[in-house]
Design a protein around this ligand. Structure first.
Ligand SMILES: [Fe+2]
Length: 214
């Protein structure tokens, strides 16, 4: 009985163990392929820029968080996270599994993508560090970029955490960027809000310097 339980738990672990699944993803899809898939469903330059931003931000965070070997995988998830938003805004994160499955993406990518709608449109909680960062940084990249565009440099290069923090409190500024989601994301990561902002500014500096994705 004990043996059966051990064998079963091995298979369950093996089946859901994220590293095994990530290996599969790295073999089946590149960042370039993900970009082509995303563009099939998204024509608006704003949406394409947001996907590219989040992909490169995720790539930077993978390195920063000690997941350097998975940086392409994190970038793929960042790139695809809003795949359903342009065509199916009312079904955001609920339509995504169908679109991703139709393009042969695995359950791990689907889970990660869907989890960024946690508490908004779905009840899949971000659990992996990559999922928590996607959840926390997605809306924050929009806020940071809105603050950067108000500066003479129109860049994140000289943007300070305190400037973003100030606008974070001004709720009618970039009102579409949910302060609640950003705050909850910081809590899930166990980070102070200022620390999350500082890290995401750094990640966006990486994006600004490396904007060619494919
Ligand atoms: Fe997004």
């Amino acid at each position: 009985m004990e043996l059966i339980r051990e064998v079963l738990s091995f298979f369950i672990r093996d089946r859901f163990y994220i590293n095994n699944l990530e290996v599969k993803v790295r073999k089946t899809i590149s960042v370039k392929e993900a970009w082509e898939i995303f563009n099939r469903y998204n024509k608006e330059p704003f949406h394409r820029q947001h996907a590219e931003t989040v992909a490169l931000v995720m790539r930077w965070f993978a390195e920063d968080q000690g997941f350097g070997e998975e940086s392409d995988y994190w970038a793929v998830v960042g790139l695809l996270h809003d795949i359903d938003f342009e065509e199916y805004p009312q079904e955001h994160c609920r339509k995504a599994p169908e679109l991703l499955r139709a393009n042969n993406l695995g359950d791990d990518v689907i889970r990660a993508v869907v989890s960024h709608g946690y508490g908004i449109t779905v009840d899949v909680r971000p659990e992996h560090q990559m999922e928590k960062i996607l959840y926390a940084a997605d809306e924050l990249t929009g806020l940071i970029w809105a603050v950067a565009l108000m500066r003479p440099s129109k860049s994140v290069a000289d943007l300070e955490t305190k400037s973003v923090r100030k606008k974070f409190k001004t709720l009618n500024f970039a009102a579409g960027c949910s302060r609640e989601v950003i705050s909850q994301g910081a809590v899930a990561l166990g980070w102070e809000l200022d620390f999350l902002i500082e890290k995401t500014i750094e990640a966006m500096r990486f994006w600004e310097k490396n904007r060619e994705l494919a």
